[in-house]
Design a protein around this ligand. Structure first.
Ligand SMILES: *Cc1c(COP(=O)(O)O)cnc(C)c1O
Length: 431
């Protein structure tokens, strides 16, 4: 990450866009205490510069190549975030018709959209064909047949890439590992050539590429290198059948620093992968990648207010107004988010707390065994909350979803107002 943010004060480790101005935490030049006063809590605050710097790292890695970054928007699909990447010229990786509607609402170029996912419906296929997306990443033989039918009925040909399961271990949490034989994703490596032959024979399809996506929060280069070799072996075997692949798509999955994690930098990783591509004679192919988390994860924090502290015999609890419905990753994957006081108190004695939300589930925790000097009314910032937080947020316990602010320098703009209970009740009716 570049040092272009130049916040005064000391940046937090691994978070160049977050620094203390005196005691108070800022995202770029925006004071989190002031933003919480203005918009209430829980509040997501994102740094635009962090997103652009993360994108620039990929683009440095791909310098001089024919490469397209398709932001995997399920990581954070808020319109204000999509607009940042659309203006920067990105494509988008979508996984539903709803996400297609969102990229269109954000004013993105639909010709740079690719459609992934194991369960596309006929209606979603029709919607994407009408919109004119770049490619369907197909995940099963049954899906190929249905897509061909839908395309023929619409008088179109669907551009397809087959998602191959390369059977490599991404060495990440089992729930976010997707490239092993036991996963539901992709087409088995040993069936791939046959399935490509079938795809090429279908009247509604045009084969345009190949793709793989082996998992998420990957913090080593080796799984990518293994997957690359396996995919290139297949490209050779497929092209020996006279099926030409215009593009190679290596998915997303690069990790971020949550708690001292040290994933390879995007540019360094891609220089390594491109060297292998060149060595095997595929360096001139069009390349697509689908990063999500690594483009937004550390851009965001969630500001939450301490409601109560509750000392106990075995544990002390710090009860905050954000919960698993806002920040689902700890409950889902036992994920770690750093938690920092928004206003640092130097002379107060820290106490060890489990930081928990108000939701009626024991799984509703945000952090365990954290040393904090806090009392009711204080603000905490949950870090690394840009990816897979707001986009996974729910209304459990009839809690409205949080507001979101996008910061650029000293400018802070609301990109989503807080959801009201009226918003939640709107779709329902009494009998
Ligand atoms: C989720 C997903 C991505 C993005 O993964 P990250 O770990 O967020 O980079 C890319 N491609 C596909 C098909 C996905 O499902």
């Amino acid at each position: 990450m570049t040092a272009s943010l130049a916040s005064p004060g000391t940046a937090l480790p691994g978070q160049p866009h977050i620094a203390r101005d005196g005691a108070v935490l800022r995202v770029e030049q925006a004071d989190l205490q002031a933003l919480a006063r203005e918009h209430g809590t829980p509040l997501f605050v994102y740094s635009k510069q962090w997103m652009l710097d993360a994108l620039a790292a990929y683009r440095r890695g791909f310098e001089g190549r024919d490469a397209l970054v398709c932001y995997a928007m399920k990581a954070n699909s808020s319109l204000g975030v999509l607009r940042v990447f659309a203006e920067a010229g990105c494509g988008f990786d979508i996984v539903s018709g709803g996400e297609l509607a969102r990229v269109m609402a954000a004013g993105a170029d639909v010709g740079k959209v690719i459609f992934s996912g194991v369960g596309k419906t006929r209606a979603e296929m029709r919607q994407a064909l009408e919109a004119g997306i770049a490619c369907f990443n197909v995940e099963s033989e049954a899906e190929l047949d249905v897509l061909s039918d839908v395309a023929v009925a619409a008088g179109k040909r669907a551009p397809v890439s087959l998602r191959i399961n390369p059977n490599v271990d991404a060495k990440t949490h089992p729930y976010i590992s997707t490239g092993l034989k036991g996963n539901k994703f992709g087409i088995a490596h040993d069936r791939a050539v046959e399935v490509y032959r079938h795809a090429a024979s279908l009247p509604g399809l045009t084969v345009v590429g190949i793709d793989c996506h082996i998992g998420s929060q990957i913090t080593e280069a080796s799984p990518y290198l293994d997957a690359l070799e396996r995919v290139l072996d297949l490209v050779q075997a497929i092209e020996a059948q006279d099926i030409r692949l215009q593009h190679l798509d290596f998915g997303g999955g690069l990790g971020i620093d949550y708690n001292g994690d040290t994933p390879p930098a995007a540019d360094a990783l891609w220089q390594q992968l491109l060297a292998r591509l060149d060595a095997r004679g595929f360096g001139d192919r069009k390349l697509i990648i689908e990063p999500g988390r690594s483009l937004v994860g550390n851009a965001g924090v969630c500001v939450t207010e301490v409601l109560y502290t509750k000392p106990g015999e075995e544990k002390n609890f710090c009860i905050v107004d954000a919960a698993m419905n806002d920040l689902p990753r700890p409950a889902m994957y036992e994920a770690f988010h750093r938690i920092e006081p928004v206003v640092l108190k130097v002379d107060a004695e820290p106490v060890r707390y489990d930081v928990v939300g108000p939701v009626c589930e024991s799984g509703d925790w945000l952090g365990r065994d954290r040393e904090l000097a806090v009392q009711s009314g204080d603000l905490l910032a949950v870090l690394s909350a840009g990816a897979y937080c707001m986009s996974m947020a729910s209304n459990y316990n009839t809690r409205g979803r949080a507001a979101e602010v996008l910061v650029s320098g000293s400018e802070a703009r609301l990109i989503r107002r807080r959801e009201t209970v009226e918003d939640q009740l709107r779709a329902e009716q009494l009998l």
